[in-house]
Design a protein around this ligand. Structure first.
Ligand SMILES: [Zn+2]
Ligand SMILES: [Zn+2]
Length: 73
């Protein structure tokens, strides 16, 4: 059976009914963007430019909600 996953941007948690208190999902309020030079990435919601993917995904999400199959709150 396919496991549903939270669609919050930056969140990859599995969706379960019983472990989903409000605030458990930490996500980004907007999609990531590539800069024109394509050398850097940033989250639209954060004013941070990074070059490495690992660094990019480790930037802490800036918003909270509960996990949901809907990508936007
Ligand atoms: Zn963010
Ligand atoms: Zn989530």
């Amino acid at each position: 059976m396919e496991q549903l996953r939270c669609q919050g941007i930056g969140c990859t948690a599995a969706l379960t009914e019983d472990r989903n208190p409000e605030g458990s999902c930490r996500y980004h309020a907007s999609l990531p963007t590539l800069t024109r030079l394509r050398c850097c990435m940033r989250w639209k919601c954060r004013d941070l430019l990074v070059k490495e993917y690992d660094e990019f995904v480790s930037i802490p999400p800036c918003a909270r909600r509960w996990h949901s199959a809907d990508p936007t709150p």
